[in-house]
Write a protein that binds this ligand. Structure first.
Ligand code: ADP
Ligand code: MG
Length: 322
């Protein structure tokens, strides 16, 4: 069981950024309106997420760290109407198996918060503590019990970059939330609640924010929104290219191609536009269950989405779509 936990952990927890992603998603699922991410040592010594979400009831706190314990899905049918970020009930168990965790959580009905400490997945301490409603999840010394994995981590600079990237994805998907990122005691981001354009401005600066072209397309089964950028601000580096399906960041080379095709003839061959595309679709039209980190999503009807996106992008760029 111990070994099984470590192996399963490897699928979900590849690096500090994977922990960041899972913890931020849990805070979103908990309905938090304010989330603070604190990292030290590029997440290698500390990853802490503080939220003002619903909290975990005292009697469920231990359960939350057991494999396949999720409060979000109760029937197989629910898998086809997933609206939450999490549903596998694997993340906390996987993270706890390879680190030292402190969880402080309080619901609005509990008088005091519960404080649970785990090491390598085993509970070492449980007590009460005074705290506000919400959850503080601290993950210390990731992979301390698997030296081979710990040594395999990249430089602080690289790991930090991956962490920032996860934070940015969540920040884009949830411009209505107040989000903070504190790195080694320095506040890197303090994002105020606003709309998508304001969020893009805070994250990527004035020039990008001033060159956004709105995407708007709706059919009976899919809704496309967000922005592409004017050809004038195309960049030499690939980045600032984001797809979200039902507010979940996804990678999709096929849809990326749809956008690049729309820019054909408008930008040089070695340049990339920035884009922030939001796709809203009935959960039964997609399958998010194909990969543990859920960054790949399968559409039932990918071709239709491709053509819609391409023509929506063309229209935004001022090209009459054929
Ligand atoms: P999943 O998100 O797939 O349900 P996790 O392992 O990520 O599984 O979390 C397990 C459970 O712990 C969740 O279903 C939820 O009930 C609870 N939980 C985790 N993080 C939080 C949080 N920040 N606020 C409230 N509840 C949480
Ligand atoms: Mg989760």
């Amino acid at each position: 069981d111990h070994v099984a936990n470590q192996i399963a952990a490897g699928e979900v927890v590849q690096r500090p950024a994977s922990v960041v992603k899972e913890l931020l998603e849990n805070s979103i699922d908990a309905g938090a309106s304010q989330i603070t991410l604190v990292i030290e040592d590029a997440g290698k010594s500390l990853i802490q997420v503080i939220d003002n979400g619903c909290g975990i009831p005292e009697q469920d706190v231990r359960l939350a760290f057991e494999r396949h314990a999720t409060s979000k899905i109760s029937t197989a049918e629910d898998l086809f109407k997933i609206r939450t970020m999490g549903f596998r009930g694997e993340a906390l168990a996987s993270i706890a198996a390879v680190s030292q965790v402190d969880c402080i959580s309080k619901t609005k009905d509990d008088q005091v918060a519960t404080h649970l400490s785990l090491e390598a997945g085993k509970v070492v301490h449980q007590t009460h503590i005074a705290a506000n409603q919400g959850t503080i999840l601290s993950v210390k010394n990731l992979f301390y019990n698997i030296p081979a994995r710990r040594n395999f981590l990249k430089s602080a600079q690289v790991e930090q970059k991956h962490i920032y990237e996860e934070f940015i994805k969540i920040a884009l998907a949830h411009p209505d939330k107040r989000l903070k990122l504190i790195n080694n005691d320095t506040e890197v981001f303090h994002l105020l609640p606003g709309n998508l354009k304001q969020r893009i401005h805070s994250l990527f600066g004035q020039k990008t924010a001033d060159n956004l072209l709105a995407i708007n397309e709706e059919t009976s089964f899919v809704q496309l929104g967000g922005y592409v950028t004017t050809p004038t601000v195309a960049k030499k580096i690939r980045g600032e290219q984001y797809f979200f399906i039902n507010k979940r960041y996804v990678r999709n080379t096929y849809l990326h191609h749809a956008i690049m095709t729309a820019y054909e003839g408008l930008i040089g061959p070695e340049l990339f536009p920035s884009y922030f595309i939001f796709i809203e679709i009935d959960p039964s039209e997609i399958d998010v269950n194909i990969h543990p980190t859920k960054t790949e999503v399968k559409f039932r009807d990918e071709r239709t989405v491709y053509h819609l996106l391409k023509s929506a992008a063309k229209r935004a760029l001022g090209i009459s779509a054929v």
